[in-house]
Write a new protein. Structure first.
Length: 425
């Protein structure tokens, strides 16, 4: 029997990128230790019990697409695919809050996307030829924005490309990088209905993405330590020799590897000369507790909103949640004002009374993702660093994808593979 290679991998951060890194490593028999500054895992992809609503809610809403291969590979590795439920066949219902008009985008089966030819499958008021603008995406220049590439015709832009791009990039399409929208379209809408099927976490993000991962890690001997902040790295001679932590220093063996799975500001604090995306964008989510489960079109779990402040509405049991991406201006308001503004959208979308406003919780992530502009794309680092045993993971690293769950998991796998190969060298 071949002896396992020496060396432990220390993963700094137990967000989704860190968990994906660790899960990938233990699947290959690699010893892993996770150091997490907070008292919980999951980062921006987790659930918590909310006393105001008396139920488990997510700190953000996420829509998973069937074409997200890395995400489903991760779920399979932790035995959690069953915690996601799909809308099949794929359908994306929308409502214009200003006019009351409703429509539903319905991709067709098969690889040839003929659905824009059928009026009932496309955005109301658009022509089949309008959708040919999408072929410009893979040829977009490095400085091109989504609005520059897909801004005309305006009707289709406002009712499809704008909400899709704003959600995927968490950046207004007038400044969002068109090159980042292409892989989203290529992995989903250009691969047929089966790749477009939208999935949501049936019980919440933690039951789907976090809790099963922690169990998988524990079952494979990994160590996960919470409330341990890594404050500095002991670096010399092109390597990391130790971690300076809140609980005291940790010395590394010569074969040990380190993966920083932290936000860009956290990585920059540990490596001062590291180039990272500096700008960020906010996401605001509001959750409302109703006295009955709402009914969405076609039994859907979500609804696209046009003409208001909120962008997407999600329903789970009797809780309705709405998401506003690229929400820097809204994030500056106090939570009571935000709850009022977004409830007005919910009430119009679901034909509910505007008063009284039901119990609510607002979650304001001011630095939810990096600003996915052309300038910031150039600042995304790769997984490797100038130090032989130090690597980076996170949705903000250069995965070629927007800063999404898919990107976080993809980055974790890439960093894990590099670290594992170095410890075997």
């Amino acid at each position: 029997m071949t002896e396992p290679a020496p060396g432990r991998v220390h993963v700094v951060g137990a967000g989704l990128a860190g968990l994906a890194t660790a899960v990938h490593l233990v699947g290959r028999g690699v010893p892993v230790t996770i150091h997490e500054a907070a008292g919980h895992a999951g980062g921006r992809c987790r659930s918590f019990y909310d006393n105001r609503l008396d139920c488990l809610i997510d700190n953000g809403n996420h829509l998973i697409m069937a074409g997200n291969k890395a995400t489903f590979a991760y779920l399979d590795a932790i035995g959690a695919r069953r915690h996601l439920v799909a809308k099949a066949p794929a359908a994306f219902p929308f409502v214009d809050l200003a006019s009351g008009e409703r429509w539903c985008v319905r991709p067709n089966r098969g690889r040839l996307p003929w659905w824009p030819l059928v009026p009932a499958r496309r955005v109301g008021g658009t022509r089949a030829l309008d959708y040919l603008q999408a072929i410009r995406l893979p040829f977009a220049g490095r400085q091109a924005t989504v609005a520059e590439v897909l801004g005309e015709p305006a009707h289709l832009f406002e009712r499809l490309w704008n909400p899709l791009a704003t959600a995927a990039l968490n950046t207004a399409p007038e400044e969002g990088a068109a090159r980042l929208l292409w892989p989203v379209v290529a992995q989903t809408f250009l691969r047929g209905e089966a790749a477009c099927r939208p999935y949501v976490a049936d019980q919440g993000l933690s039951p789907a993405f976090v809790d099963p991962a922690l169990k998988r890690l524990a079952d494979n001997g990994a160590t996960v330590t919470f409330n341990r902040r890594v404050r500095a790295l002991d670096r010399a001679d092109g390597r990391v020799h130790g971690l300076i932590c809140s609980g005291g220093p940790i010395s590394l063996d010569p074969a040990d590897q380190v993966i920083l799975a932290v936000p860009p500001a956290g990585a920059k604090a540990l490596i001062a000369d590291l180039v990272v995306p500096e700008e960020s964008r906010a996401i605001v989510n509001a959750h409302y507790g109703l006295d009955h489960p709402p009914r969405l079109p076609g039994g859907s779990r979500f609804l696209g909103l046009i003409g208001g402040t909120a962008h997407w509405l999600f329903a789970r049991d009797s809780v309705v949640s709405v998401t506003v991406s690229a929400a820097d201006q809204l994030a500056d308001r106090d939570n009571t004002a935000i709850a009022e503004i977004l409830w007005a959208d919910v009430a119009r979308a679901l034909d509910l009374p505007a008063r009284p406003r039901p119990p609510s919780t607002v979650i304001n992530e001011r630095r939810a993702t990096f600003a996915q502009t052309p300038a910031n794309l150039a600042a995304r680092p790769g997984a490797a660093t100038a130090w032989a045993n130090l690597f980076l993971a996170g949705d903000w690293t250069d995965t070629g994808l927007p800063a999404t769950i898919e990107s976080a998991i993809h980055s974790g796998r890439a960093a894990a593979d590099l670290a594992n190969s170095r410890r075997r060298a």
